[in-house]
Design a protein around this ligand. Structure first.
Ligand SMILES: [Zn+2]
Length: 389
C-alpha cells in the first residue's frame, strides 16, 4: 500500500508534489485553502450570471449565423481534431442548427490513427468541407523538441508548457485560416472542465499578445515557423474573428457525447475514450514529468475530482498506485512514447539522462526522489533509487 502519511488525507496529492506541501494535519495547500492557486493549477469557478450572459451571447451568434446562412460560403470555422467533442460539435452545428461550418484541422504530426479514422467516418456522413493543414508539422515538431530539451523549470510541469504552446499554435493556424477567408467566428469543442485558461471566449487581447511565443526569436526557429502565427499586419487590420467555446455554455454531458458519436457511427465503439485520442506528445511529457518531478499534471485534476466527491478517493488512489509505476518506467504507453521520442530524435535513455541532470540541480531533489521511490518501490524486481540520507 502507498504510504498514506505522505499523501494528503483529503485528496491524493503527495507531500512535495510540485508546488504542494502538507500541513501538520496532513492536508495539502489546495484542501486546506479552497482559494489556493499555483502556476500549474487553480480552480476556477464561473458565476451563474457570467454563464447566462455567455449563453445569451452564443444564442445571438447562432441567430446571426443562421440569418447569413446561404449568403456566405461558410457560416463559421470549426477547429476539428477528430476527437469526440469536436465531432459532436460538428454534428450539432450541422444537424441541429442547420449551419455549414468549414472544418479546419491542423496536423501536429502526432495525430493518432484513431483520430484520422474518426474524421474519415464522420466526414463520410456529414457533408461539410474540411481543410487539412499538414505543412505546419515541422513547426510543431520543433516546438516539442525545443521544450523537451530546454525545459528547465523547478516549478512548472513540462506537460503544462507543451499543452499551452501546442494549443496556441493550433489556435493560431485555425484563426489565420478564418482571417484569410473572412469568416467572423471560430469555434472549438473544448469541454466545460477545460476552463483553466479560457471560459467561452478567447479574448482578442490574449489572442494578439499571448499566442506568439518568445521562443520563436531563438535561432532554433526561423520564418518558416513564425508564418503560422498572426502577423502584425493581420493584427493591425483588425479583422480578427471571435474565438468561441460553445460547450462551456450549451448542455454537455460526456456520456451523452460518447453515445451520440458512437450511435451515429462517427466514432467506433470504445474509440471515444479520451485516453485513446489523447496525443502521444502528452504521454511523452507525462513520462518526463513523473521522472523529473515525481508527479504528473493530471494529478491536480484528479485531486480536484476527489475534493468534489470524497467517496471517489479510494478509486483514484488505486488508479494512482497502479498507473504511477507504469508511467515512471514507460510501460503505460510505451510504443507511443518511444515513437514520439524517436521523432524528435532522442532515445529513452538519453531523455532519462537529461532528466537526471535537471533533477540534480533542483533544490527539492530529495523530496522528489522520495516520492518517485514511494511509487516505484511497489513494483517487484525493480531496484529503488538510492535516496541520500
Ligand atoms: Zn489535498
Amino acid at each position: 500500500m502507498i504510504e498514506q502519511r505522505n499523501i494528503c488525507r483529503k485528496c491524493i496529492l503527495p507531500d512535495g508534489f510540485l508546488g504542494v506541501n502538507l500541513n501538520s494535519e496532513g492536508m495539502c495547500d489546495f484542501c486546506s485553502d479552497p482559494d489556493h492557486k499555483n502556476i500549474n493549477w487553480s480552480r476556477r469557478e464561473i458565476s451563474n450570471e457570467r454563464r447566462q450572459e455567455a449563453l445569451a451571447n452564443w444564442n445571438s451568434v447562432v441567430e446571426e449565423m443562421q440569418q447569413n446562412h446561404g449568403k456566405v460560403p461558410y457560416d463559421c470555422i470549426l477547429g476539428y481534431s477528430g476527437g469526440k467533442d469536436s465531432t459532436a460539435l460538428l454534428d450539432h452545428l450541422v444537424n441541429d442548427l442547420g449551419l455549414n461550418p468549414l472544418a479546419v484541422t491542423s496536423d501536429t504530426g502526432f495525430m493518432t490513427t484513431i483520430a484520422k479514422d474518426n474524421m474519415k467516418d464522420t466526414l463520410a456522413q456529414i457533408n461539410v468541407d474540411q481543410v487539412l493543414i499538414e505543412e505546419c508539422i515541422p513547426t510543431f515538431t520543433k516546438i516539442y523538441k525545443y521544450h523537451f530539451f530546454n525545459h528547465n523549470s523547478n516549478e512548472i510541469f513540462l506537460a503544462r508548457y507543451i499543452c499551452d504552446f501546442c494549443s496556441d499554435l493550433i489556435h493560431s493556424i485555425v484563426v489565420k485560416e478564418a482571417i484569410r477567408r473572412e469568416i467572423p467566428n471560430v469555434l472549438f469543442g473544448y469541454s466545460p472542465d477545460q476552463i483553466f485558461r479560457y471560459f467561452y471566449e478567447m479574448p482578442q487581447e490574449e489572442v494578439i499578445k499571448e499566442w506568439k511565443p518568445e521562443i520563436l526569436e531563438s535561432p532554433f526557429f526561423d520564418d518558416s515557423d513564425s508564418r503560422w502565427y498572426l502577423t502584425d499586419e493581420e493584427i493591425e487590420n483588425g479583422n480578427l474573428p471571435r474565438v468561441l467555446l460553445p460547450y462551456h455554455v450549451i448542455p454537455y454531458r460526456e456520456q451523452d457525447i460518447i453515445e451520440l458519436v458512437e450511435s451515429k457511427n462517427y466514432i467506433k465503439k470504445g474509440h471515444a475514450d479520451p485516453l485513446l485520442t489523447n496525443c502521444n506528445v502528452v504521454h511523452a511529457a507525462t513520462f518526463y514529468d513523473f521522472n523529473r518531478y515525481g508527479g504528473i499534471l493530471y494529478a491536480y485534476q484528479y485531486a480536484e475530482l476527489v475534493r468534489q466527491n470524497p467517496e471517489s478517493r479510494r478509486k483514484w488512489l488505486r488508479t494512482l498506485k497502479m498507473s504511477a509505476p507504469l508511467i515512471l518506467e514507460n510501460t503505460f504507453k510505451q510504443r507511443e512514447v518511444n515513437d514520439f521520442l524517436e521523432q524528435i530524435g532522442v532515445s529513452q535513455e538519453e531523455m532519462l539522462e537529461h532528466i537526471k541532470e535537471q533533477l540534480e540541480k533542483d533544490p527539492k531533489r530529495r523530496q522528489i526522489e522520495t516520492n518517485i521511490n514511494m511509487f516505484r518501490k511497489k513494483r517487484r524486481n525493480k531496484k529503488p533509487i538510492a535516496v541520500p540520507q
